[in-house]
Structures are given as C-alpha cells and as structure tokens.
Design a protein around this ligand. Structure first.
Ligand SMILES: Nc1nc2c(ncn2[C@@H]2O[C@H](COP(=O)(O)OP(=O)(O)OP(=O)(O)O)[C@@H](O)[C@H]2O)c(=O)[nH]1
Length: 193
C-alpha cells in the first residue's frame, strides 16, 4: 500500500530532494540524478532533536520504529514512493490509499510551470485523493531561483484560484536539495500524523 507518494514533472527535482532528505550530505551542486524510469522507493529517517535543540541524524540501523514525543508516538521514519515524471500518464494507478502526496515543481523553469499546474489540478480533483490525503507542494531548486520566483511560480500555478476549488489543504514549502533550504519543514510535514 502506498501511503506517501512523490510526483511531479520530468526533471522537477524529486529524486534530488528525496536523496537530500535521506542524507543531506549526499547532494551538492555537482550531483546529477538520472531520470527515474518507473518508480523508486526511499526510506527517510527523521532527524532527532536533542534537548538543547540540536538536530542529529541517527544512522538508519540505530533508528527505532517509533519514538515517544509529547505523549504521542511520532514515526521515526517514512517510506516514500517516487513516481518518475515520465510515468505521468500512469500516475493514476498509484492513487489508492494515499495518505500523503508530495508534488514537486521546478521553480527555475517557468516554461514548465503552467503544464505542471495543469497536472497538479488533475491530481487534486482526483476522487480518491479528496478525503484523507494531505498535500505538500514543493517549490524546488530555490537556489537557482530569485526571491520573487516563489510568487511568480504560485501565480503561474494559479494557486489562489486552485485553493478555492479544491477540498484539500495544500502546504507549500520552498526547497533546495543543494542548499538544504526547506528540508526541516518537509521533515515536520512528513512526520505529522
Ligand atoms: N541547483 C539545483 N539543481 C537541482 C536541484 N534538484 C535537482 N536539480 C537538478 O535537476 C536535475 C533533475 O533532478 P531530478 O531530481 O533527477 O528530477 P526528477 O524530478 O527526479 O526527474 P524524473 O526522474 O525525470 O522524474 C538534477 O540532476 C540536478 O541537476 C536543486 O535543488 N538545485
């Protein structure tokens, strides 16, 4: 059963982002990710916070399944299924029992964004994703983009109009796999029940 899936157009930055979430040190500006043909599975371990607020990333082998946190058991890790951009015509096959959906858009490529918005809209209106699916929109490659790009990207995605037409609450995070901007809010979103 797929509980968390990651989608987005070709070369949007999904693999890079998931690798950076797995191991932030594994990605820098020289790293190249091959296009994902089919799907890929990533297990992401959440960084632990020490009492003084510092974050440590335990090696996966040391990570227990769950940790108590404020009286609740928050997951210690999550498995994410990445579906390659070249699989867009087949995305629908993966929409059963999805609890969390990450949609990645390349903010440095404004030519791609309108098409990315159309695909995003078709995902958000999918009946199987109406009730229990939480949505995260990642504005990726922010290290490439200038500050204003976030607003342009949201304009081109027609987010304001979209939010009025859909039932789901969409969380938006700006991120870069290279500078690691945005990784913390993504960990938080992934860890939240
Ligand atoms: N500067 C910068 N480049 C990035 C970043 N993320 C991805 N890239 C570049 O974009 C290329 C494509 O990224 P991928 O992560 O492979 O894209 P994808 O969405 O998995 O693509 P598909 O496998 O085709 O679906 C990478 O090889 C990097 O060169 C980022 O945060 N910053």
């Amino acid at each position: 059963m797929s509980t968390c899936i990651c989608l987005g157009p070709k070369r949007a930055g999904k693999t890079h982002l998931l690798k950076a979430l797995q191991d932030p040190e594994s990605i820098d500006e020289t790293t190249f990710s091959m296009p994902t043909i089919g799907t890929g599975i990533y297990r992401i371990h959440f960084p632990t916070k020490s009492p003084n607020g510092d974050k440590n990333k335990p090696p996966p082998s040391e990570a227990p399944a769950n940790i108590p946190h404020g009286g609740k058991n928050l997951p210690k890790s999550i498995q994410i299924l990445e579906i390659g951009g070249s699989m867009a015509p087949l995305w629908r096959q993966y929409f059963e029992d999805v609890k969390k959906l990450i949609y990645v858009v390349d903010t440095s490529n404004l030519c791609q964004i309108s098409a990315a918005g159309v695909l995003f809209y078709s995902i958000l209106t999918e009946p199987r994703l109406q009730h229990n699916t939480k949505i995260l929109l990642v504005l990726a490659k922010m290290d490439y983009s200038y500050r204003q790009m976030r607003n342009e990207a949201l304009l081109m995605l027609q987010m304001q109009k979209l939010q009025k037409q859909i039932r789901q609450q969409v969380t938006i995070v700006e991120a870069s796999a290279v500078t690691k901007v945005g990784l913390d809010p993504i960990y938080d979103w992934l860890q939240r029940p």
